[in-house]
Design a protein around this ligand. Sequence first.
Ligand code: NAD
Ligand code: MG
Length: 386
Amino acid sequence: MTTARKRIFLLGSTGSIGRQTLDVIASHPERFEAVGMTAGSDVASLIEQAQRFNCGVLGVGRQEAGDDLRASATAATVGVGLDAIGDLIEQTQPDLVVGAISGIAGLGPVLRSLSLGIDVALANKEPLVAAGELVTTAAARAGVRLLPIDSEISAVFQCLEGRPPEHLHHVILTASGGAFRDYPKEQLAQVTPAMALDHPTWNMGRKITVDSATLANKGFEVFELKWMFDLDFSQIEILVHHQSIIHSMVEFIDGSTLAQLSLPDMRFAIQYALTWPERLPTSYPRLNLADAGPLTFDTPDFDRFPSLRLAFDAGKAGRSYPVVLNAANERAVELFLDEKIGFTQIPEFVEHALEEHEPVDVKSLDVVMAVDAGARQAVSRMVPRR
Ligand code: NAD
Ligand code: MG
């Protein structure tokens, strides 16, 4: 018996997760097919990928890249802008959408996919931070699945599989500790973008690499866990584990703990999201624990890394606070990468934006995007004029 190939629409194909997803697709050509691909504005890479994967449906999120795409991809069906990307998904009717856009920009296409009744494998965490309830409600309403790609969330997914929720006691979310885990507070203020972009265990896009260094990324994963598995914030504990071998753990009510391990290579988690509930072989280097050396554990430092505390605070406050947490952070990270603000100002600016915010209920994508825009402006206004 031959199985039909899974038709995959890839949002953010030119990014770190996008390229690794294409690696996974290429490793099982008999099982997967890329039927749509989108980028932000990197048309040259998108065209190269489209040729390699024989993909005729292409989109760019940014309007300014539209002319370039139309001129370069004359044989393809093209869409320009996030709404047009949603239209491409509707026309293509894929079996699975992979959400690998960076930032809140991915929210619209993800909601659109879910409401079209299409399963989504999600790497893009910002939509779950800012609008977790909208995303999970859209999935539940359409009766479709959200499959985690983020390695920690995939670990919990794999540990929990097939077990009733009442068996769960709590989740132990592991954190590499970021590039500056041993830096004293004073030294953190001196960190440059180049230093922050050099992550010890994972090779990722720029924004998430900075988020990993501030530990904002770990705070965002708390939201992913909350929404993906319907947890309370009090059920999520963070454990620093430098080697990124244990991707997270689950402790059950009887005191037994399960962990999921692999080398730090996102392709394991990506492939599982693509094959679930099946497993297929992989040819990537495998974990050999005797070679891996000691695995170490430590508690996180909420004082040196205030982004962690801000995430829990905004999450517990709820309403539109998480939208501000995410948007203010996105803007602050941009400002840091542009060398307009220092590393330790990232959480400071986020905290100010949260303090200034007048919360509203988050009932729609429009509300999210309006609050998001306001928070970005608030952060931009905090930058000292030179
Ligand atoms: P990246 O910056 O390498 O790639 C982002 C992709 O999104 C690119 O294809 C880019 O062209 C596209 N994009 C950016 N802005 C866009 C816009 N406005 N409209 C349309 N497309 C746009 O980022 P990444 O590291 O691949 O991360 C992607 C997402 O996955 C993020 O949300 C990140 O937090 C999450 N994630 C990444 C990793 C990792 O190892 N890289 C691990 C876990 C989760
Ligand atoms: Mg992660």
